[in-house]
Write a protein that binds this ligand. Structure first.
Ligand code: ADP
Ligand code: ZN
Length: 216
C-alpha cells in the first residue's frame, strides 16, 4: 500500500498518518520530520534546510527528492507507506512517479485532506510538540495535562518556529502557489480521493481507515 497525503499545513496529515501507519503496519514517511531531525542533529543538510523551513518556505526540490529516494530504499518501506508532506510541488510528483517506475511500482492513491483556512490557522497557531518524542498537542483542543510538559514522556513541549503567525501566512501562500496544483495533477491520473479534515479528528480517522481497508 503506497499512499500520498495531500492537503494544507494543519489539515492533520501528520497526526492521522502516525495512527494509520501503526494500525496498518506501514511506514509513516514525513519529509518535515526528517528535515527537523537533520536540523536537531546539526548536519550540513539541516543547516541548509533551517533557513527555508523557519521562514515557511520550501526546501529546494532536489533536497526533498534526495531524502525520499534514500528513505524509500529502507527495509520498513517494503510493506508500504504513507508519504506525508511529499510531494509538495508538481516537479516533485513527477520525480516520484519516475522513481517508483524505476523500482517497478506505483502509487495506489493520493488522499486529499480538505480543511478550510480558518480551521487550519487555528490549529497551527495552537500546536505544540514534544521535543523528545514528537507527540503533538494543541493549547485548547488537546492540551497536555500540565502545560509545557509531555504526557507521554515528560519532555518539554514547544512551538515550531514556523507555527508563528508570519510563517503560517507564508506557508499558506506557498501551499496555494506550489502545492495546491497537485490535487488536480493526481485527479488527472485517477488517483485522487478527497476526505473531509475539518470535522472531528476521530471522524476523519474513521473515513481514512475504511479507505485503507479497501486498498489493502
Ligand atoms: P506542515 O505540513 O505542518 O506544513 P511539515 O512538517 O510537513 O509541515 O514541513 C515543514 C517544512 O519542511 C515545510 O514548510 C518546508 O519548509 C519543509 N518541507 C517538508 N517537506 C518538503 C518537501 N517535500 N519539499 C520542500 N520542502 C519541504
Ligand atoms: Zn514526549
Amino acid at each position: 500500500m503506497k499512499i500520498v497525503f495531500l492537503g494544507p499545513p494543519g489539515a492533520g496529515k501528520g497526526t492521522q498518518a502516525v495512527d494509520l501507519a501503526l494500525e496498518f503496519g506501514i511506514a509513516h514517511i514525513s519529509t518535515g520530520d526528517m528535515l527537523r531531525a537533520e536540523i536537531k542533529a546539526g548536519t550540513e543538510l539541516g543547516k541548509l534546510a533551517q533557513s527555508y523551513i523557519d521562514a515557511g518556505n520550501l526546501v529546494p526540490d532536489e533536497v526533498a527528492v534526495d531524502i525520499i529516494r534514500h528513505r524509500l530504499k529502507k527495509d520498513d518501506a517494503k510493506n508500504g507507506y504513507i508519504l506525508d508532506g511529499f510531494p509538495r510541488t508538481v516537479p516533485q510528483a513527477e520525480m516520484l512517479e519516475e522513481m517508483l517506475k524505476d523500482m517497478g511500482t506505483a502509487l495506489d492513491r493520493a488522499i486529499y485532506l480538505e480543511a478550510s483556512e480558518e480551521v487550519i490557522i487555528e490549529r497551527l497557531s495552537g500546536r505544540r510538540i514534544c521535543r523528545e518524542c514528537g507527540k503533538i498537542y494543541h493549547t485548547t483542543n488537546m492540551p497536555s495535562r500540565s502545560p509545557g510538559i509531555c504526557d507521554l514522556c515528560g519532555g518539554e513541549t514547544y512551538q515550531r518556529p514556523d507555527d508563528q503567525p508570519d510563517a503560517i501566512r507564508q506557508r499558506l501562500q506557498v501551499y496555494q502557489e506550489k502545492t495546491a496544483d497537485l490535487i488536480q495533477w493526481y485527479a488527472d491520473r485517477d488517483l485522487l480521493t478527497t476526505v473531509a479534515a475539518d470535522i472531528a479528528r476521530e471522524d476523519t480517522y474513521k473515513e481514512l481507515s475504511e479507505l485503507f481497508e479497501q486498498l489493502k
